[in-house]
Write a new protein. Structure first.
Length: 573
């Protein structure tokens, strides 16, 4: 039996198919359905309204992470309703005498500490960078006076706009958490710092009080602070640790919810142990083991020691001091005799950075959480600023202690202290001439004696080998003058040997060796493009040919008018 068709089958995709979304852009399975009262509590509507009125913000941007976007419309509705109700209360107290409306409105507004001008709310549906960072760039596009950030945050200091963080507190079963804590630390005298993911921050203090009542004597409830440079990022420390930071290694960490990988690596070398309590499971807190991940990060770092061309990824424009760390990284790469290129890519993915085959390794500038990127899916590894310092260090200076830093502010603070120490050493050498018997010797040569004999040292540069393959790397330092001088001498020797050798009648094609140079130094990207790129873009294989007339002068190609019209009409489509 054959089925009769009532209409012609669709042999092509309809025009409006692009408007129909077949899959959800983000997973909302973990997002619960809330009542209006639950919305008021979780998203702290009353506190938000109070902050808006107190600071008299007129344009407010609401930033949600992707998985919270389904709740954004309801939050917008509740905030708009609260702002309009406050304004209507004032208007009901104003007399209808038109001559007194303006004065009465201003007087009532001053008495109630409320502005009459309505507040404009804008939802930032797509963040330019990581959802944990405040998207000041998108907020400035709508001329926002402030940003309200929802969900977990890295709490990195911002540079432009005031920010109100709403952490959207999550529920926690205290009995299960106490049971998990007791099984993890049976000794009541154990020193334990209780921390948690930001949505669980409000449960830390009540949980600590309950555990103290059960007999624990050395537990500390870490409170939230806006300081990523702290020994425990964005958390307070016990008083004895503030006095002596080395005592932090005697404390254990009990963390509620899965911490970010950057936080886990940071804590692994600073505390005795880290145990993680999963609120969704009623099991014992599992001890975090970061040894495998740390070994992998160290392997990536050492494998990048011979990279000649680095790419600097700007992963944020909102975190304070991202420009100083950019200059710091550029100086480091240049001091190592290597080349760097700057890229502003927003959210980093494999497709974006795969377009730049010239880059041998990447370093990302972002917040202390987003700087750590698992680069297993990328063609070239991606390092943090801290790991870059290890990669650029020489083999005898690269010492791996197991410590790992996530916040680049620590690098800037150390750079400032090193600069101050160098200036102090220069002052001492200039004030004490006994250390300088040769009047032609500069203070910089006294501090760095190797600089005074850089020319002779460059003639005997030690060879470099790739630790992964064992092969000799001759182009690991493209900005080293010795490297370019050696290449130039090799080219000259080849030219001399070819001119003195026996002549050959075989046709040879001489490649054009013109390469873009900056201050006399060849561009590594241009050299890679000339030697290794197999495809150089549309039109790269087009060669303009000229003909000579009878007198020998070059005659340009004939210009002709091309065909015009509609293709369907020409070919009968």
């Amino acid at each position: 039996m054959t089925e009769q068709l009532t209409s012609a089958p669709a042999l092509s995709t309809p025009d409006n198919h692009i408007l129909a979304e077949t899959e959800a852009p983000c997973s909302t399975s973990d997002l619960p359905s809330l009542s209006e009262d639950q919305f008021l509590i979780r998203y702290e509507i009353e506190r938000t309204l109070s902050e808006i009125r107190q600071h008299q913000w007129r344009r407010v941007a609401l930033q949600f992470p992707d998985h919270m976007l389904p709740h954004s419309a309801k939050v917008y509705q509740l905030l708009s309703r609260g702002l309009s109700q406050r304004l209507s209360v004032i208007e009901r107290h104003v007399e209808l005498d038109l001559d007194k409306v303006d004065s009465d409105m201003k007087r009532l507004a001053m008495d109630n500490d409320v502005d009459i001008e309505p507040v404009k709310l804008t939802i930032l549906a797509d963040t330019s960078y990581g959802s944990c960072c405040v998207d000041e760039i998108a907020a400035e596009h709508v001329n926002a006076d402030a940003v309200i950030h929802y969900g977990r945050a890295c709490l990195s200091p911002t540079a432009r706009l005031p920010v109100l963080h709403i952490f959207t507190s999550m529920p926690l079963d205290h009995n299960t958490a106490i049971q998990s804590f007791s099984s993890a630390y049976p000794d009541h005298a154990t020193r334990v710092i209780i921390t948690g993911d930001i949505p669980y921050a409000e449960h830390i203090q009540p949980l600590t009080i309950s555990l103290t009542k059960t007999g624990y004597t050395n537990i500390f409830a870490a409170q939230l602070i806006h300081n990523p440079s702290s020994a425990i990022p964005n958390r307070t420390l016990p008083s004895e640790v503030n006095e002596d930071p080395t005592k932090l290694s005697e404390w254990h960490i009990f963390h509620i919810a899965e911490p970010p990988t950057a936080l886990l690596l940071t804590l692994s070398s600073r505390v005795a142990s880290v145990r993680i309590h999963d609120p969704s499971l009623a099991s014992t807190a599992a001890e975090a083991n970061t040894s495998t991940l740390l070994r992998r990060r160290y392997a990536l770092t050492t494998s990048m020691s011979t990279v000649s061309t680095w790419g600097i990824l700007i992963n944020t424009l909102s975190v304070k001091n991202y420009l100083p760390i950019l200059e710091h990284i550029k100086r480091q790469i240049a001091a190592a005799g290597k080349k760097s290129y700057l890229f502003v890519v927003g959210k980093v993915n494999t497709a974006k950075i795969a377009n730049f085959a010239e880059i041998g390794g990447w370093v990302v500038i972002g917040c202390w959480e987003s700087s750590l990127i698992d680069s297993r899916d990328f063609y070239k590894p991606i390092l943090t600023p801290f790991e870059l310092e290890l990669a650029l260090a020489s083999d005898d200076q690269r010492i791996w202690t197991g410590a790992w830093r996530s916040n680049f502010q620590d690098l800037l603070d150390r750079d400032i202290s090193d600069t101050a120490a160098s200036e102090h050493a220069v002052e001492n050498t200039t004030d004490n001439p006994s250390h300088n018997d040769d009047p032609n010797t500069t203070a910089n040569e006294l501090i760095h004696p190797s600089n005074s004999n850089s020319d002779s040292d460059s003639e005997s540069v030690p060879p470099e080998f790739d630790l992964r393959t064992g092969r000799y790397i001759s182009h690991s330092r493209p900005l080293n003058p010795h490297y370019h001088r050696t290449r130039q001498q090799n080219h000259q020797q080849q030219a001399i040997s070819s001119s003195n050798g026996p002549s050959s009648k075989a046709l040879t094609k001489h490649a054009n060796g013109t390469i873009a140079t900056v201050n006399g130094i060849a561009s590594p990207a241009a050299e890679y493009l000339r030697q290794k790129r197999t495809w150089k873009g549309l039109g790269s294989d087009f060669e303009i040919r000229y003909e000579a007339d009878g007198d020998g002068d070059v005659e340009g190609a004939l210009i002709e008018e091309g065909r015009t019209g509609v293709a369907g009409g020409v070919y009968g489509w």
